[in-house]
Design a protein around this ligand. Structure first.
Ligand code: FUB
Length: 371
């Protein structure tokens, strides 16, 4: 996992030095900071369709929400922990979250400081990966994956009265949770669902038999002609802190109505689930990991099945690709990340670009290198 593709350009390395220097000042001290878009040179600006939203810290996996008319982005906070790259993703050794906020797309972006630190999560081991957030009945909920002290990923939840924290973590992981990349979706009837899971370093394959198998398959399961592993979907309990049922498979079907196969690496689910509704349909969106696509599939129920429709975002610079989609003031936006600032797979930066639909509801594919 996490081999480097499409890397780096000399310009990017220069900007990286700038970013690392700034990180050691404001971010490591946990200070809040206002930040404008990255200062990249003209070569880089012409290569990418969007600029990093902040450049004083590294950020990834942006989950965007509008709360009370303001835009909040819940990203991972990438750091250089000095851990060599491996297939397990050990080099993604993040230790806290900073929440970004902005009044409008294109406006100033504020870093609201440390919202949750690994040292304040009682059950935590290491690797604070891609989070998401939700609001219900006066409380904000931050959902996060982290390995426990036995090195097994679970999903935790923390609460705050403010969308930017600080958040207080529950003493235990969510019961029955496993793997990574929680996404919480509020349906139009007020019910909340969580989508989660990620293969390879995200450990989803180790749960294929319903219990954790430490020596379970390291990558995909099966011989390739079998149905691919799927993301999981589960309805949340009324208190937003627990699963109300056993997680189900969020199955992606191909054009013939058959479940996507393991060997279909260009289209099968890998990690990075997102869910939203558009024109009454449920759009399940996700990353294909080792083939670096962001794809989407459409269904008639939050549980699926979802029929594969195409690519939202072609491979970006970097190994991982992760996103969220939000409607803001009547326009739709894709929040995503690449490695423009650093040229390193584990030091990413979040971006945003407009997302457009065809009249039939299909999404117009975005290429981050072409306007
Ligand atoms: O940021 C760590 C992991 O990389 C995320 O959980 C995955 O989705 C990938 O972006």
């Amino acid at each position: 996992m996490f081999k480097i593709n499409q890397l780096p350009i000399i310009v990017v390395l220069g900007v990286s030095a700038f970013a690392v220097a700034c990180q050691s000042n404001s971010a490591k001290n946990g200070q809040a900071a206002d930040s404008n878009a990255a200062k990249s040179d003209t070569t880089a600006q012409s290569k990418f369709i969007s600029k990093p939203l902040v450049s004083h810290i590294y950020t990834a996996d942006p989950s965007a929400h509008v709360f009370n008319g303001k835009i909040y982005i819940y990203p991972s906070h990438d750091i250089d922990a000095g851990i060599p790259e491996n297939d397990n993703g050990d080099h993604f050794a993040m230790r806290d979250y900073h929440i970004l906020s902005m009044d409008s797309i294109g406006g100033p972006v504020k870093d609201n400081g440390v919202a949750l630190d690994v040292k304040d999560i009682p059950w935590a081991g290491r690797q604070l990966w891609a989070p998401d957030a939700a609001y219900d009945n006066g409380t904000y909920y931050l959902y996060f994956p982290i390995k426990d002290k036995q090195d097994v990923f679970h999903i935790g939840v923390a609460t705050s009265k403010s969308p930017v924290g600080p958040f207080k973590a529950q003493p235990e992981p969510m019961k029955g949770s496993f793997s990574i990349d929680p996404c919480v979706f509020k349906d139009t009837d007020g019910s909340y669902y969580m989508y989660f899971g990620g293969i390879w370093g995200g450990q989803l394959q180790r749960w294929a038999k319903g219990v954790y198998e430490k020596d379970g398959s390291k990558t995909d399961l099966g011989k390739g002609d079998e149905p691919a592993l799927t993301a999981k979907v589960v309805k949340l309990s009324k208190n937003m802190l627990e699963f109300s049922e056993k997680p189900k498979d969020a199955v992606i079907m191909d054009e013939n109505g058959k479940p996507m196969l393991t060997k279909d690496h260009d289209r099968r689910f890998f990690e990075g689930s997102w869910m939203y509704k558009y024109n009454g349909k449920y759009y399940f969106t996700y990353s294909t990991g080792d083939t670096h696509n962001l794809c989407y599939a459409i269904g008639d129920s939050p549980y699926g099945p979802f029929t594969y429709k195409g690519v939202i975002l072609k491979p970006v610079q970097g190994w991982t690709t992760h996103h969220s989609i939000a409607e803001i003031k009547g326009k739709w936006y894709l929040f995503y990340h690449d490695t423009e600032l650093s040229g390193k797979t584990w030091l990413r930066n979040v971006k945003v670009t407009e997302l457009k639909y065809n009249p039939d509801g299909t999404i117009i594919t975005i290429d981050e290198f072409k306007k």
